[in-house]
Design a binder for this molecule. Structure first.
Ligand code: SF4
Length: 250
């Protein structure tokens, strides 16, 4: 039985997949997106977080069986609402064995995994085949710009996207809308092209940038210097709908 490192479990989530869901946040992420609003998910270890007058430890361990037992307490609610459990982070595939073990213990509960796609290909395929839904984040189509804004290029991510399209598991493409970074017509058209020929694509979700993204950085002793104009409004283009894809703006 493996242990995982989590930083939050949130119940009654409505935007992380269908129905009413419990969202599990796993620690550790290989990316450093300039707009990340969950920097406490970056390190694969517990860390201190200063909140007003007190300091808390962010990160707690759980056995896969204990986490599954806790999640299964709400299986009736999941069944009634068409919901389930969503794993996110951080990047949940950083804890692949724990993720797969917990998912297997959830039996008939619907599972979704939100991933940035930067993970070893065999592991990615295993998780994609085990999950009921993949929420696949796509930030930038150009590999150089991807490296500039997230710290890694997107070569591995695009290989895993191709594997996801081939395996047939339903997926939602999630694109953060970052003003001046990825909201150009050029990038949105290139992103839409990456998603063509994917019958299992359910829809594209554009996630608006929130100015509050920097709020947690000082609590972790980090500076928030995103390097783009956080006051600008991101542009929304119809590059996805013109290719017949369903679009949701959150
Ligand atoms: S992939 Fe997600 S959790 Fe990781 S740095 Fe980017 S936005 Fe943050």
């Amino acid at each position: 039985m493996s242990k995982g490192l989590l930083f939050s479990i949130e119940e009654f989530a409505l935007n992380d997949g269908p129905g009413i869901r419990t969202t599990v946040f796993l620690k550790g992420c290989p990316l450093r997106c300039a707009w990340c609003h969950n920097p406490e998910g970056w390190l694969p270890e517990p860390q201190l977080m200063r909140k007003k007058e007190r300091t808390e430890t962010c990160g707690f361990e759980m056995e896969a069986s204990d986490l599954a037992a806790r999640l299964l307490r709400d299986r009736d609610l999941f069944a009634q609402s068409g919901g389930g459990v969503t794993f996110t982070g951080g990047e949940p595939l950083m804890q692949g064995p724990f993720l797969l073990e917990t998912m297997a213990l959830l039996q008939d509960v619907h599972t979704a995994v939100e991933t940035c796609g930067h993970a070893p290909e065999p592991l990615f395929r295993q998780v994609a085949e085990a999950a009921g839904l993949i929420l696949f984040d796509i930030k930038l189509a150009d590999p150089g710009l991807h490296r500039r804004w997230t710290g890694v290029d997107n070569v591995l991510i695009l290989r895993n996207l191709a594997a996801l399209k081939a395996c047939g598991t339903p997926f939602v493409a999630r694109v953060p809308l970052i003003p001046g970074v990825n909201d150009s017509v050029e990038n949105m058209r290139a992103t839409a092209s990456l998603l063509e020929d994917a019958p299992s694509l359910q829809r594209v979700e554009l996630l608006r940038y929130h100015k509050t993204a920097g709020a947690k950085y000082p609590m972790l002793g980090l500076d928030y210097r995103p390097g783009f104009d956080t006051e600008a409004l991101p542009q929304v283009h119809d590059c996805f709908t013109e290719k017949g894809m369903k679009l949701l703006i959150l």
